[in-house]
Design a protein around this ligand. Sequence first.
Ligand code: URP
Ligand code: ZN
Ligand code: ZN
Length: 460
Amino acid sequence: MSILIKNGRILTASEDYHADIYVEGETIHSIGKNLNVSANRVIDATGKVIFPGGIDPHVHLDMPFMGTYSSDNYETGTRAALHGGTTMVIDFVLQTQGKSLHHALESWQGRSNGNCYGDYSFHMAVTDFNENTRQEISQMIEEEGITSFKTFMAYKGALMIDDGQMVDLMQEVKKRGGMVTVHATNGDMIDKLIARHRAEGKLSPLYHYLSQPEVTEAEASGRFGDMANYTGVPAYIVHMTCEGALNAVRRATTRNQKIFVETCIQYLILDASLYQKNPEGAKWVMSPPLREKKDQAALWAGLNQGLVQVVGTDHCPFMWEQKMMGAVDFSKIPNGHPAIENRMELLWSEGVRTGKISANKYVEVTSANAAKIFGMYPKKGCIAPGSDADLVIFDPEEAHTISAATHHMNVDYSAYEGWEVQGKCKTVLLRGQVAVDEGNVLIHKGYGEFVKRGKAGLVI
Ligand code: URP
Ligand code: ZN
Ligand code: ZN
């Protein structure tokens, strides 16, 4: 199979030019002006922008969490991602405390194998670091191609590890050439605030927000950075929301430390005023919570200052009925919101079109940097001969409105209902196949492959 994409505006993390792209098999064969080749299919991309397929390095599909499962499975979640221009996701395997990493991996493989439309990989969440787990770290890296290890400083009793385990894990991961990532919030402090609010009968979604003040994230981000600096492990903070946490990373640069930072689309464009709505505010109950306008400004600036390298989603959808498990108690609302399909179009519309970030920065933070940080570059996140032909042909002029009535995620509301978006993913290629064309899915379930990742590329 060969495809010739003619006369598009090609965007990478560093370039912006007009040319043709010739795709042969799964990869990009050549790029040039007026390519004179015959192909099985020719796509006219005049007036369109072409960028690398999005990589969302933070999603939770079919995840057991807070007494239920996230409502998108690997089939519906990766298919919805493709509609929105995301060709690859990195999901999280969660170790059960008292059990091995391999036990958890088998369970996640059981739900994902053969079910994905898009390409995918896993981070391994270590929730119980002990001598057995220690042995498994190198096996994950060398045999499974899982090179990043997620930790939680919150969700005590289920996912949280203490600082002693954190330092032990960091030393082992450093030795083996991996990376430690973190949900950085002060779990003990949050649990205390939740208990106090519940005891006082303060049970609406607003108290989810008030139980996780900025200081809980800022403190934990600084502490995590200190432990990473002490151990020398490559470090990455997921879903950063606020100025205080970003300043902890900024301070770490003064001792020449590099901590990678991911924010998520919702923290750039939504704010905590949504928690005033009851019960509707449950739609945005996620951890950490949405913050203030001043935090949005800090995160946009952080992208341009190179302090924030990645924009993901933390896609973790629940049906409204599931959200209503916490109808009378915010602490029982399953945490998470749907965005896997919306990230690329929202960030273009709210970021590039408004001039907050450049088109090259857009590619950096939606694909190229994740590919580099998580050991997949230049296979992914790149438009160059030899790279996987994961391409989005995007119409920057087409306006549309986000709605649960038209989205493809398996969730019965949209966190962005009624948002006017300018720019639409028209045609999406995944490894040389047209995966989505004008809203129609043209590949089959199981086309998506597990991507074994290399050791992290530390210079981006
Ligand atoms: O609210 C969230 N973020 N749910 C998913 C789990 C996590 O902490 O990332
Ligand atoms: Zn988290
Ligand atoms: Zn998450």
